[in-house]
Design a protein around this ligand. Structure first.
Ligand code: THU
Length: 131
């Protein structure tokens, strides 16, 4: 994990559009190409239309032509262990395997590092349809 991922997350988290929950989240994914893609949560007055930070970061990666994730950092407010929600675990699984490192951070630094397999065991992943 690079200091660069943390610094980027700190910066973009403050740009989150979270006027309803007031819960700002940043996600930074590193593609296997080595590039970093950042995103924030984007809420909406029609509450179910909002999206998680992971959605924004993954969209930026895909638009850049990368489709494999090497590493992820998710940053919530200070003191919180902001783990990816269930839907985002499935979204990450689309572009990575069980060994994907997920760094759970707050603005002061990394609080915990886990793998996708630990957070999301026995997942329904894209390899299922490739048999
Ligand atoms: N949220 C994320 O962006 N990522 C997560 O991993 C957990 C939750 C957002 C969604 C919503 O805008 C706010 O946090 C409160 O649930």
């Amino acid at each position: 994990m690079s200091k660069e991922m943390l610094a980027l997350a700190r910066t973009v988290r403050l740009r989150a559009h979270a006027p309803y929950s007031k819960y700002r989240v940043a996600a930074v994914v590193r593609g296997v190409n080595g590039k970093l893609y950042a995103g924030t949560n984007v809420e909406n007055i029609a509450y179910p239309v909002g999206n998680c930070a992971e959605v924004s970061a993954i969209a930026a990666m895909i638009a850049d032509g990368e489709a494999r994730i090497a590493e992820v950092l998710v940053m919530g407010p200070e003191g919180d262990l902001c783990t990816p929600c269930g839907a985002c675990r499935q979204r990450l699984r689309e572009f990575a395997a069980d060994d994907l490192p997920i760094h759970i951070a707050d603005p002061t630094g990394i609080r915990k590092t886990v793998t996708l397999g630990e957070l999301f065991p026995m997942s329904f992943g894209p390899t299922i349809l490739k048999k």
